[in-house]
Design a protein around this ligand. Structure first.
Ligand code: NI
Length: 389
């Protein structure tokens, strides 16, 4: 187990990579320049086995330990930015208006590169490490993590366990947070069209007003959460779109609504899909209207496995001391597509303190480079612990 001081030397170099990536953000699967940058760095560290073009722009690089045969563990970073106009006013602000690294994936990529440089030069472990750089974490389905799994990276590279990390603004630099079981929520989306009968706004009795019916459906959906699910099991149903007529004096013949369902309990997705339809249909039919309904399953619950979570806790505690590792953080309801890798293999996802920067996806957010040695140190010590010679 190496101390955090070991990794401070890498901070300046990793910060330079991070700031280059920050200045040059790319979206979704189109992270071509980022992937080229990552590939060139990996090659310069003496890593020979680099496979590119997985899920279009994803990369898997293998570092073989010098400690003999052993399993392969996967470490994952995401590379994509967000369609946001940056307002951080940092000297390394985005050069591309309307695109920015507002989720710290520039930092995630730089930390995995830093670990790659260290591990490639020391190779003090058995078996091998698969460095997974994925595109398109932030996109609608199919996202990059899902596609890399679908393209067979787990079997192809013989990966037996996977580990992920995300920075956490508001948590002090030098601290880690993790929990066993669900750590981040699932994300599903739905569309409801209420089909009534349009007419003149002054003659509601001649119409079937889908606006009033849709309003009742919205309240009904909130009642599903408050009255039909266990209060200690988290479920969020939010209606986020509502489109009706564009006039003062017209009752439209249809209202289009859409929303999102988030939960930490996988079976509640089945409940939500079934009961949203039942509630919407029941309410609409009661007033002589009908509904069209679509439910789209997106990112599953990010579910940490016990054995790998305990390993992650041990590694983090050894690096920063037990008081700086919260091993029972409250799960967060935001979704993360590393969940697909955790469905494919056992593993653990950990949060890394990023200090007092703005929140994720905020225009003023900037990854805090002080966190780089902690992330690099976590990766290196995880490998040297999981694959101890
Ligand atoms: Ni993110």
């Amino acid at each position: 187990m190496r101390s955090i001081e070991t990794f401070r030397d890498l901070q300046t170099e990793a910060a330079a990579w991070r700031r280059y990536l920050h200045e040059n953000p790319e979206l979704d699967y189109r992270v071509h320049n980022t992937a080229r940058f990552v590939t060139e760095k990996l090659a310069s560290f003496g890593i020979n086995h680099i496979e590119t073009g997985i899920a279009e722009t994803g990369i898997v690089a293998l570092i073989l330990g010098e400690g003999g045969d052993g399993p392969t563990i996967g470490l994952r970073a995401d590379m994509d930015a967000l369609p946001i106009l940056e307002a951080s006013n940092k000297p390394w602000s985005s050069k591309i208006p309307g695109k920015m690294h507002a989720c710290g994936h520039d930092g995630h990529t730089a930390m995995l590169l830093g670990a790659a440089k260290y591990l490639a030069s020391t190779r003090n472990f058995k078996g091998s490490v698969a460095l997974i750089f994925q595109p398109a974490e932030e996109v609608e389905l199919p996202s990059g993590g899902l596609r890399m799994v679908q393209e067979g990276i787990m079997d192809r590279f013989g990966i037996s366990q996977v580990f992920g990390m995300h920075n956490s603004p508001g948590m002090e630099v030098g601290k880690f947070g993790i929990c066993d079981g669900p750590i981040l929520g699932s994300q599903d989306d739905f569309d409801i069209v209420v089909k009534g009968k349009g007419g003149h706004a002054a003659k509601p009795h001649e119409a079937i007003d889908p606006v009033v019916i849709a309003a009742q459906i919205i309240i009904g959906l909130q009642t599903l959460v408050s009255r039909n699910t266990n209060p200690i099991e988290a479920l969020v149903i939010s209606v986020t779109k509502f489109n009706a007529a564009q006039a003062y004096n017209i009752i439209p013949d249809r209202v289009e609504m859409a929303g999102t369902v988030r939960t930490l309990v996988p079976v509640l997705r089945d409940f939500a899909e079934r009961q949203i339809l039942a509630a919407a249909q029941g309410i609409a039919r009661g007033f002589g209207a009908d509904v069209e309904f679509k439910y789209r399953r997106s990112v599953p619950v990010t579910f940490n496995h016990t054995e790998e979570t305990n390993l992650a806790i041990k590694v983090a505690r050894d690096l920063v001391g037990p008081v700086c590792v919260d091993n029972k953080i409250k799960p967060r309801i935001g979704a993360e597509d590393f969940s697909y890798m955790l469905e494919a293999r056992p593993g653990a996802f950990i949060l890394l303190g990023n200090g007092s920067t703005s929140g994720l996806h905020h225009p003023a957010y900037d990854f805090n480079d002080e966190a780089l040695p902690y992330g690099i140190g976590y990766w290196v010590n995880l490998v040297e612990t999981a694959l101890a010679v």
